[in-house]
Ligand binder design. Structure first.
Ligand SMILES: [Zn+2]
Length: 103
């Protein structure tokens, strides 16, 4: 596979150009599926928590409410657990999320 068959979009995901006939698109497609799963997981977590930060209780969308994995992704991968379980998600604002990550 030559690098000309690949481009990087703004999210850094490799996508094969449509003319890439005969090349194996396995890996890039898997990554895109992961991204779609992540987005639906994030939305499910935010909706369950009613877009409210579960730590400080802010509902200010300007503070960028985000969905945080209670168990880090790498641990889930290592243990073979589902990566996008809503039960493992928690809604946090950006400030609280940064604090969680800083631990
Ligand atoms: Zn917060």
């Amino acid at each position: 596979m030559s690098t000309s068959d690949i481009r990087l979009d703004k999210n850094g995901i490799r996508i094969l150009k449509p003319h890439g006939r005969g090349t194996c698109p396995g890996k890039p497609i898997r990554r895109i599926r992961m991204k779609a799963q992540y987005h639906s997981w994030r939305k499910a977590v935010l909706q369950r928590d009613k877009y409210t930060c579960q730590k400080c209780g802010t509902r200010d969308r300007r503070k960028i409410i985000t969905a945080h994995h209670k168990t880090p992704l790498w641990k889930l991968v290592r243990k073979g657990l589902p990566l996008f379980d809503v039960e493992n998600g928690i809604t946090l604002c950006r400030k609280c999320h940064d604090e969680e990550d800083g631990k």
